[in-house]
Design a protein around this ligand. Structure first.
Ligand SMILES: Cc1ncc(COP(=O)(O)O)c(C=O)c1O
Length: 406
């Protein structure tokens, strides 16, 4: 059969688009923070990772422009060869300081950062141990490990199940290298990792740990220092990983940890070696964002208030909302069609959220993911709640309205 036959057969997206229910790849024609223009209308943006609202901050934009004026738009090479600017080293020093680690290393995307750490660290006698609901970039990294060293080198434990993690680690040879990788804040549900328990299990088995804190930095901990700091466990996790595409208002990612570990990855990571380095404007945006995060902790306080109001409001209306404390609010609808219909109706009412179905979440956990920026105002929240109520009633999804419940 022709290789491209499957592409000719692939029509699902066309049917969904034709029915008007396609929640993905929706273009934004104007970005004004909490309000954006989509499909020719002003829409409340309640599905963004721009948590601190800094991507539109005039100070961040000016820093990006200045860096572009000085260094141009691109680095035109990888860090190894011609792609290292003073700015890259400056940002790594700033991140080491921000996280209280000996050293940091930046990559061109968060996705590459996870692969970039996992692939060089796992050798033929080691094991990668991964939470079942980890971000896909970790899963892709684990596939490379399987390809290089065999499928049994990757072990997956049930989501946030520390007893199962203990069991998995117990099944591995005592003298083998073990690397537990996990999200700090799970990106779809907003749940936090059970860090104290996880670290205790890791220590028991002599395993090393890496915390992907894409959604924790800027949101949790002292001045946004993230999930480990939130738990008072700054020194208890071996490697911290973060992305710049959320609170840091840019694009890229980083690792922070002991210098010898960072150096080992720096000189052995194909994701770093064979990819062009972060452009100047992106680096300058992160540097300015860190400065603002340190000066304006009120942005984090505002985020906490927003997520609490939305979560409590939706629960009071009768929605099935996951508990949490970060600005990711998951409304479980548990059905693909309902999730897409709800998404479409909300769009018609002027509210954009993320529609999330399997495989991004387990079957039965299809959800609408709301996420907020600190610049979201109270009147936006009121409108979001009002529109959820209107659409919820129209689609009959409240517990009291449905025979089956949900
Ligand atoms: C938990 C987590 N890790 C890694 C990534 C990848 O980061 P980026 O989008 O910056 O490449 C994401 C992004 O969605 C994420 O949510």
């Amino acid at each position: 059969m022709d290789l491209f036959e499957k592409c000719s057969q692939f029509k699902r997206h066309i049917d969904i688009e034709a029915a008007g229910y396609m929640p993905y790849f929706r273009p934004i024609s104007e970005n004004n923070g909490p309000m954006v223009k989509m499909e020719g209308h002003d829409v409340i943006m309640a599905g963004t990772n721009n948590y601190l609202g800094l991507s539109l901050d005039p100070r961040v934009k000016e820093a990006a422009l200045q860096a572009t004026r000085l260094f141009g738009t691109a680095c035109s090479g990888s860090r190894y060869i011609n792609g290292t600017l003073d700015l890259h080293n400056q940002l790594e020093a700033a991140l080491a300081g921000f996280t209280g680690r000996e050293a940091a290393l930046i990559f061109s995307t968060g996705f590459q950062t996870n692969q970039g750490a996992i692939v060089p660290l796992i050798s033929e006698s080691d094991y990668l141990v991964s939470d079942a609901e980890n971000h896909n970039s970790i899963i892709q990294g684990s596939l490379i490990v399987k390809g290089k060293h065999g499928p049994d080198r990757v072990k997956v434990y049930r989501h946030n199940d520390m007893a199962h993690l203990d069991e998995v680690l117990s099944s591995l040879p005592a003298d083998s290298g073990k690397f537990i990788v996990f999200d700090g804040v799970f990106s779809m549900s907003g749940e936090l990792v059970f860090l104290p328990e996880l670290v205790a299990v890791a220590k028991k088995h002599g395993a090393r740990t890496m915390l992907d804190d894409a959604h924790g930095f800027g949101v949790l901990g002292d001045h946004g220092r993230g999930t480990a700091n939130h738990f008072g466990m700054d020194d208890e996790v071996d490697l911290l990983m973060g992305t710049f595409s959320k609170s840091f208002a840019s694009q890229g990612g980083f690792l922070a940890g002991r210098r010898e570990v960072i150096d080992y990855i720096k000189y052995g990571s194909p994701a770093l070696q064979y990819s062009a380095s972060m452009p100047p404007a992106q680096i300058a945006s992160v540097l300015k964002s860190i400065e603002i995060m340190l000066q304006e902790p009120e942005r984090m306080e505002r985020l906490f208030h927003i997520q609490k109001s939305v979560r409590e409001g939706l629960k009071a209306l009768g929605f099935n909302v996951l508990d949490g404390q970060v600005p990711i609010v998951a409304v479980i609808l548990a059905d693909d069609v309902l999730t897409f219909s709800f998404w479409r109706e909300l769009m018609n009412e002027g509210v954009f959220v993320n529609a999330v179905i399997h495989p991004a979440v387990p079957q039965g956990m299809q959800l609408l993911r709301l996420s907020f920026m600190s610049t979201t105002e109270d009147h936006h929240i009121d409108t979001i709640l009002e529109k959820f109520e209107v659409v919820g009633k129209r689609l009959g999804v409240f517990k009291q309205d449905t025979a089956a419940g949900y």
